[in-house]
Design a binder for this molecule. Structure first.
Ligand SMILES: CCCCCCC[C@H](O)CC(=O)SCCNC(=O)CCNC(=O)[C@H](O)C(C)(C)COP(=O)([O-])OP(=O)([O-])OC[C@H]1O[C@@H](n2cnc3c(N)ncnc32)[C@H](O)[C@@H]1OP(=O)([O-])[O-]
Ligand SMILES: NC(=O)c1ccc[n+]([C@@H]2O[C@H](COP(=O)([O-])OP(=O)(O)OC[C@H]3O[C@@H](n4cnc5c(N)ncnc54)[C@H](O)[C@@H]3O)[C@@H](O)[C@H]2O)c1
Length: 310
């Protein structure tokens, strides 16, 4: 029986029941974000299937999760090795992997998509998943910049569709932006919020506007930093030092761009430049385009504005 036929009243308890019923989570994409979301979901008691079209990406994600979960356990159970080991093995035991997205949603209560930032690719995926997933399954995208409504329009479940925008690194960053489109039902919205809290996150409500809350402010700031570098006004290192020591940011803009991935930054700005050509804050950068073309994607490729050990 679906949630929607089973529950007749739109009370908070009905939403809480929906969220409590979110036991099986499928995370599509096992890159930087998908791996983090899958890890935290497994840590917080969910049965998780982490999917990627690329088997090598799944293998890499498993390694990343194994390293990250050690750090989480060390912090959470400082001094108690037994509890830490139990926490790790139980979480890893709840985490399954696959390279077949369609076959992985058959028993999903929630699907969180974290694949490449491309509207066509996301729409194609959700169209396929819409046919395969049970009626009650909630779909969410972790997109940084694309309109949730546009991704959802290829499905017949817009009332069970929203944005769940996590922050990198997911095991550490406390914020979860919960994005609702006009069609998102109140039950779905509340279920996403309760699930977010169960994941240990603080949720904020966002409308489906470009960049939601954080990226609407963060992306122009990052691209202004690149433009400052392109003009030769200051070096990347000095801009980073200035913003860390002068504005209290944990990372400077270039460190953070390397950390999130320059390709993701390019996907975002290219999309916004096309959609809002008049806005000077949304203009692409020649330097960033060149770096991405050269495969300099930041930490994940070993080189970006800085170089990293692989
Ligand atoms: C071009 C435009 C692009 C825009 C893109 C937008 C992208 C997107 O949509 C939005 C975002 O995500 S925006 C991005 C939003 N993100 C930001 O803005 C991030 C800003 N940066 C930060 O908040 C901090 O620098 C960090 C938290 C990353 C590291 O903290 P730190 O103090 O500088 O350095 P530390 O010593 O390494 O770590 C200390 C402790 O933290 C823990 N821990 C860390 N990583 C972990 C992991 N992977 N796993 C587990 N645990 C992890 C661990 O306990 C560790 O202790 P340990 O004893 O070493 O295990
Ligand atoms: N990088 C960040 O800091 C950050 C933060 C918040 C949100 N996001 C958003 O999360 C999403 C993923 O970003 P990321 O940084 O994890 O990217 P990533 O490049 O690290 O990983 C994307 C993964 O998706 C896989 N993939 C591509 N198409 C697929 C498909 N059709 N089916 C299954 N897997 C597929 C790729 O093989 C790759 O492993 C993007 O929408 C991005 O905008 C990124």
């Amino acid at each position: 029986m679906s949630f929607f036929t089973a529950l007749t009243t739109r009370t908070f308890s009905s939403s809480a029941r929906m969220a409590a019923a979110i036991k099986n989570v499928t995370v599509i994409g096992s890159g930087l974000m998908g791996a983090g979301i899958a890890q935290v979901a497994a840590q917080t008691g969910h049965t998780v299937t982490m999917v990627d079209i690329d088997k090598a990406a799944v293998d890499k994600a498993e390694k990343r999760i194994a390293a990250s979960i050690q750090r989480v356990a060390k912090k959470k159970f400082s001094g108690d090795e037994g509890e830490a080991t139990k926490f790790i093995s139980e979480a890893i035991g709840r985490l399954n992997t696959s390279t077949d997205a369609v076959a992985s949603v058959g028993s999903a209560d929630l699907v969180v998509e974290a694949i490449v930032e491309n509207i066509g690719v996301k729409q194609k995926l959700f169209k396929e998943l819409d046919q395969a997933a049970p009626e009650h399954t909630i779909f969410a995208s972790n997109t940084s910049s694309l309109p949730i409504g546009k991704i959802a329009e290829v499905t017949d479940r817009k009332d069970r569709f929203g944005g769940l925008h996590f922050f990198n690194p997911v095991p550490v960053m406390k914020l979860l932006e919960v994005v609702r489109i006009p069609e998102t039902s109140q039950d779905t919205y509340e279920a996403m919020c309760v699930w977010g809290k169960n994941m240990g996150k603080v949720t904020v409500e966002c409308k489906d506007t470009p960049g939601f809350i954080v990226n609407r402010l963060l992306v122009p700031y990052m691209f202004e930093s690149v433009r400052m570098l392109e003009r030769g006004d200051a070096s990347a290192r000095d801009i980073d030092v200035a913003m860390k020591l002068g504005a209290g940011y944990p990372m400077g803009p270039f460190e953070l761009m390397d950390y999130v991935g320059l390709d993701t930054g390019k996907f975002i700005i290219d999309g916004w430049a096309k959609e809002y050509p008049e806005n000077p804050l949304y203009q692409p950068s020649e330097l960033l385009n060149k770096m991405v073309a050269e495969g300099k994607l930041g930490v994940k490729s070993g080189e970006g504005f800085y170089t990293y050990k692989k």
